[in-house]
Design a binder for this molecule. Structure first.
Ligand code: EPU
Length: 421
């Protein structure tokens, strides 16, 4: 745990150069749990080295899989899955530990786990996950904070309708239904690119999933899945964060290994602020922030393909120095403005009222000591510090390290004065 570490940032350096985007945390985590379903050794390339992916590997080892990393490749041998219980200490480490539920039920028909942890963004219920799995034949009871889940006779297909397109619930349903008896029809599914990536992996393993990435997904259950080799998609939120960093310094960067089409929900707003963006084939994107100074229109976080809640905080940091007023409405999580008081310490003018935030652009930010309280809010503080006059000290790096691989090294490579102490 790196609670004692800090990032020291000397701001006001223009960022320039080329930066490679690592694999998506929110794809890698469900893919690591999906490997439980494949009888044998799966190979995942472009798997980011993050504390959250490490935690997923520890869960895999705990339930009997052999997991090893070499560079950005993680190999999971799920020939033997014997454990049916995920201990509380591992469940608390991250929210996405809950996707092991669908995978474990699919593979062994049994799972015992406690309620998941993760960044504190407000209450994060799992009722949609549990209701879907119950409709597929799982018996789930709750005792002393633990969930006891059994599908002794195996899971069966069902017609499922989500009242909200939950990313995690959609993932659990794909995992549980891939080897269930019969066909599952899922309506109002999440459409995030990470869902399509999970379905691609499962289909390579022999699953029959149609329509992933759209609102209706049909899964024809198969008997058994075989392992495969797969490359995790690039992290659109990490890419977006680095773009915010470049733009707030009026810099000019080329991102490589990114999928610009996954960023349409926010890249248009960069352009509305005055950025110039060109996308090339082969996963390249050029962005210039020389003329970025206009506050964007109202930003409302939405499920994909709308503006992602995960980029709200870094984007707000970018808006703190734009000319004019920006309004942010957070519709996904109830408590996702925890970065605001820290941005204010850096000189930003931001007011919060419930789920709405009003940012009045200021000519300059000033260096300060600030503390990350969660992952994306932490990244927002880094973005703001890069544009602040003088020195900033950012603590709470254990949150940032959940989702950004070597953030200081990446930003230093494009000219930032940033170091970890
Ligand atoms: N919700 C329910 N009941 C449920 C499930 C969700 O009420 O059973 C609510 C949540 O409380 C929340 C909303 O629905 O208000 C959205 O939750 P969702 O299930 O879509 O999100 P998640 O699966 O918990 C994933 C990402 C988050 C990202 C959200 C939304 C992973 C590991 N996490 O969370 O990523 O913000 O989707 O896009 O994939 C992050 O990376 O910083 C992060 C928090």
């Amino acid at each position: 745990m790196n609670d004692s570490q800090k990032l020291i940032v000397n701001g006001c350096r223009r960022l320039e150069g080329e930066l490679c985007v690592h694999g998506a945390k929110n794809s890698a985590l469900p893919l690591l749990s999906a490997a439980v379903l494949a009888h044998g050794e799966s190979v995942l390339h472009n798997c980011p080295a993050l504390t959250d992916t490490d935690a997923a590997c520890r869960i895999l080892s705990h339930i009997g899989c052999k997991c090893r990393r070499s560079g950005d490749t993680v190999t999971v041998d799920a020939s033997n899955v014997f454990g049916a219980e995920i201990p509380d200490s591992l469940m608390r480490e991250m929210r996405s530990s809950i996707v092991f539920l669908g995978a474990m039920l699919g593979r062994t028909g049994h799972c015992r786990l406690s309620f998941p942890g993760g960044c504190d963004l407000g209450t994060r219920p799992i009722d949609l996950h549990l209701s879907a799995l119950k409709q597929m034949g799982a018996a789930i009871s709750e005792q002393h904070g633990f969930l006891e889940c059994n599908a002794g006779k195996g899971l069966h297909g069902a017609k499922l309708v989500l009242s909200f397109p939950s990313v995690g619930a959609t993932e659990n349903i794909l995992l549980a239904s891939a080897t269930a008896k019969g066909t599952t029809e899922l309506h109002n599914a999440a459409r995030e690119p990470e869902i399509a990536d999970l379905a691609d992996y499962l289909n390579k393993c022999g699953a029959r999933i149609h329509g992933a990435g759209e609102s209706v997904i049909v899964i024809e259950g198969v008997e058994r899945l075989a392992p495969c080799e797969h490359s995790v998609i690039p992290d659109r939120i990490v890419a977006g964060t680095y773009l915010c960093a470049a733009l707030i310094t009026h810099g000019e960067v080329i991102l490589t290994h990114c999928f610009p089409e996954h960023m349409n929900g926010f890249s248009q707003l960069f352009e509305a602020m005055g950025a110039r963006i060109y996308t090339y084939g082969g996963g390249k994107m050029y962005v210039s922030g020389k003329k970025v100074n206009i506050a964007p229109p109202t930003i409302r976080t939405m499920p994909y393909p709308g503006f992602p809640t995960d980029i709200q905080a870094p984007f707000m940091a970018l808006c703190t120095t734009a000319q004019g007023t920006s309004v942010f409405v957070e519709t996904i999580f109830e408590n996702r403005f925890r970065h605001v008081p820290e941005l204010v310490r850096l000189g930003a003018s931001v007011k919060t009222e419930g789920r709405v935030c009003v940012v009045q652009g200021v000519p300059r930010l000033t260096g300060a000591k600030v503390r990350a309280a969660e992952l994306r809010g932490g990244a927002a503080l880094v973005v703001a510090a890069l544009a602040a006059e003088g020195t900033s000290e950012i603590s709470g790096l254990q949150y940032i390290d959940r989702g950004y691989e070597n953030i200081e090294g990446a930003l230093r490579s494009i000219g930032a004065d940033i170091k970890r102490v």
